[in-house]
Design a protein around this ligand. Structure first.
Ligand code: MN
Length: 156
């Protein structure tokens, strides 16, 4: 299990309707070959961005992608690693109130499953199986919390 301390520290759960950061032992049946679930949330915060989250060891590993997760090949996009989110966040939609962390509307833009081909501290090579996002994606750390994400040429 990874820590949700940072997630909890940033939020006041008496004000936001986001789920509190408790670990759950929740498991879901995954389709054959899937490593976990994923979600992309469209987040109308101070600046619009899309949050990519992959289920991993009881939390959602998260990146904020300012220009959105590419739907086509040959677009490399910046992805900024953010704090792990609780599994319950995968279905979260709503409006984070003014004055709170991440204030603004959150909508589920895509969700589904992913299969990990290769995962290291600095590299995620995954197959996304969503409604909009389908195919092989590379997410590579360039420095500290900065990553690049692109759709691979050599897979569908
Ligand atoms: Mn966000």
């Amino acid at each position: 299990m990874k820590s949700l301390e940072e997630y909890n520290r940033k939020r006041d759960f008496s004000k936001t309707s986001e789920p509190s950061g408790e670990h759950t032992e929740e498991t879901v049946d995954l389709p054959e070959g899937a490593t976990g679930r994923f979600v992309v949330q469209e987040h109308h915060a101070r600046s619009l961005h899309w949050d990519l989250r992959l289920e991993e060891r009881g939390v959602l590993k998260s990146w904020a992608v300012p220009k959105g997760v590419p739907e086509h090949k040959a677009q490399k996009r910046l992805a900024v690693e953010t704090e792990d989110h609780p599994l319950g966040y995968i279905d979260f939609e709503g409006t984070i109130p003014e004055g709170e962390y991440g204030a603004g509307r959150v909508l589920v833009w895509d969700k589904g499953y992913y299969s990990a081909v290769e995962k290291t501290n600095n590299k995620y090579y995954v197959i996304l199986m969503g409604e909009r996002l389908r195919g092989a994606y590379m997410i590579i750390r360039t420095k500290q919390n900065q990553w690049l994400i692109w759709k691979r040429e050599d897979a569908t």
